[in-house]
Design a protein around this ligand. Structure first.
Ligand code: NAD
Length: 337
């Protein structure tokens, strides 16, 4: 039976890369019906709402979405629609795998899965200004909200993910030396839960800043990393950089009632409309979606075609050192399917 997937092309390079990805999935024979929906800056301009209720309804109905990047204004303007979607559907686990696909880069053999708590922490969106005297913005305060419920669920997800996917170790990255309550809760629960997996999954904890340095010096020592929301956001761009940049980093936002698959990167306004964006990250996110709905074989074929295209340097996009376009790169993947 065909799966219906909500397709949100998004902003900036979003429509270009979603076109390419849909073309590749169709060519691979993925039995998917696409239901288009709007969100982001484009939706704000078109229908005066960056997250129209029809889009929320479509995701609720289909329980699956493939989403291009959405622009979020910095400092002012509407709140991040990405964060809003993660909170609306309680997509508590953000899974971001990176793997070396292009040889000759800084590191060979990188294979890390970052699991980021996706609904709490500093991105809970609980912040306000504090007025003092005549200055209504004399200070500002953000709340780092951490619950036992939220921490328990993300840590168990990370250990179970490791078991299910044959991974050897979970590293919990934290800042419990300074944030003794919020991060302390994360660390304490990590140590507790790790005991249940003893002998099956190795466990270690590391302070987040040291983790960042170790990732750059010796990424091979990491396997699965789990951390709170903002730390995970930052580390996932870092690990993308280890394997050639954001063009190769996919992500899945997983909850009990829905899952939204996307690239780690944003709308890349600097290259939008030029037809040179790398569609690989969104394609790899689509492959994660295929695995999620049991279309593993189709996903494997697409991965093999993508890897061969990158290995043989066939019409690579400029971010990977080539002179190809989004469209010629997609054609090259399709030729190999
Ligand atoms: P970005 O990820 O869009 O771009 C950073 C750099 O990486 C740019 O030089 C860009 O050209 C390059 N890049 C990104 N994706 C690429 C691709 N597929 N192929 C080739 N090069 C690529 O980050 P930014 O510029 O800081 O953010 C732009 C907008 O995207 C902001 O509004 C931000 O809030 C939003 N954003 C959205 C998401 C999301 O939708 N999940 C994630 C991150 C940022």
């Amino acid at each position: 039976m065909a799966h219906t997937v909500t397709l949100i092309p998004g902003d900036g390079i979003g429509p270009e890369i979603t076109d390419a990805v849909v073309r590749i999935l169709d060519a691979a024979g993925a039995d998917i019906q696409w239901e288009h929906a709007k969100a982001g800056e484009g939706a704000l301009k078109e229908v005066a709402n960056p997250l129209p209720p029809e889009t929320i309804e479509a995701i609720r109905r289909n329980r699956l979405a493939l989403k291009g990047p959405l622009t979020t204004p910095s400092g002012t303007g509407f709140r991040s629609i990405n964060v809003a979607l993660r909170q609306e559907f309680e997509l508590y686990s953000n899974v971001r795998p990176v793997r070396t696909l292009q040889t000759g880069g800084r590191y060979e053999g990188v294979d890390i899965v970052l699991i980021r708590e996706n609904t709490e922490g500093l991105y809970s969106g609980v912040e306000h200004y504090i007025g003092i005297g005549n200055d209504p913005r004399a200070a500002a305060e953000s709340v780092m909200l951490v619950t036992r419920f939220g921490v328990n669920r993300i840590l168990r997800y990370a250990f179970d993910y490791a078991l299910k996917n044959g991974r050897r170790k979970v590293t919990l990255a934290h800042k419990a030396n300074i944030l003794k309550y919020t991060q302390g809760l994360f660390l304490d629960m990590g140590r507790e839960i790790a005991k249940e997996y003893e002998g099956r999954v190795e466990f270690e904890d590391r302070i987040i800043d040291a983790t960042a340095m170790q990732l750059v010096l010796d990424p091979g020592r990491f396997d699965v990393i789990v951390c709170e929301n903002m730390f995970g956001d930052i580390l996932s761009d870092l690990i993308a950089g280890l394997v050639g940049g954001l063009g190769l980093a996919p992500g899945a936002n997983i909850g009990e009632s829905a899952a939204i698959f996307e690239a780690v990167h944003g709308s890349a306004p600097d290259i939008a409309g030029k037809g040179v964006a790398n569609p690989s990250a969104l394609l790899m996110a689509a492959v994660m979606m295929l695995a999620h709905i049991g279309m593993n074989e189709t996903g494997r074929r697409i991965t093999a075609a993508l890897e061969a295209t990158i290995r043989e340097q066939d019409t690579l996009t400029p971010d990977l050192g080539g002179t190809g376009t989004t469209s010629t790169f997609a054609d090259a993947v399709i030729r190999r399917l």
